[in-house]
Ligand binder design. Sequence first.
Ligand SMILES: C[S@@+](CC[C@H](N)C(=O)[O-])C[C@H]1O[C@@H](n2cnc3c(N)ncnc32)[C@H](O)[C@@H]1O
Length: 277
Amino acid sequence: MHFSETTPTREQLDNVSPQDLRAFYAAKASINPNLSTPSLPPTIPRVFADTVAHEGETTAVMAVSEYQGILQNFFVGFIGAKRILEVGTFTGSSAIFFANALKRNGVAGGPDANGNKPIISLDISEEYANIARKNFVDAGVEDYIEVIVGDARKSLASLEGQTFDIVFLDADKPSYKCYYDTAIEKNIISKNGLIIADNTAFDFVTPYLGISAPVADDAKPLDVSFDAFKGLPSIARAPGLGKAIHEFNEYIRHDPRTEAVLIPLFTGTTFIRILKD
Ligand SMILES: C[S@@+](CC[C@H](N)C(=O)[O-])C[C@H]1O[C@@H](n2cnc3c(N)ncnc32)[C@H](O)[C@@H]1O
């Protein structure tokens, strides 16, 4: 099946093979990044290539796509972000995008008066944190990013007292609601800030491709054993993942504290702003 000419129908997508699904994602992500400003950070292609080589293609798909990274960078400039909190470092791609955007917008690297760098990134894996730290040095952005290793549920709560203009949620999906509530309730996200939640159409992506939000009240996530996802990382196939994302989407859709838009970008990205009191 080739997706390049028309938007696939729900029936076509129900029969898609893992290879075709990846080709579809690749086609969506293959818009020449040089057509946009801000531009692609120069070391990103190498970080992607190394991640594929060392982690394997199916795990490497966890890295933020080029197009999403560029869009997020645009928002960094648009809201004048100075501090960013990332939940889910992996090999460092999204943090490098963010650091590049802060640089571009005149934010200095290095610790502030309280000893904190402009970006704090949380990951449970020491191994990924170490790979990311090397990639930050290669990208010349090590002064911008501090990685804290540990379960982000605990790390995030320990950040009470610090404020960020962007909070990017990209770790374990079942914890998104906890991360979101903690960020709002502990004032970790600034009142003018932006929460970005990644992969919010993952796993039950097909209903979102041809149907615009809001999701129907009776919408159900697809079965996580859906064939098209068999080639994707285990996290994408974890039991209950689709349900967890669906519940998160529904939670924020009914949350009077915020306003959110789910963009069908790669596996879905939700941009959430805090409504004023
Ligand atoms: C989708 S990847 C992040 C991708 C990264 N933002 C990028 O663009 O390259 C998810 C990461 O979340 C981490 N993770 C999973 N569960 C976690 C938890 N409970 N606390 C902190 N990190 C977690 C994983 O180790 C993994 O590196």
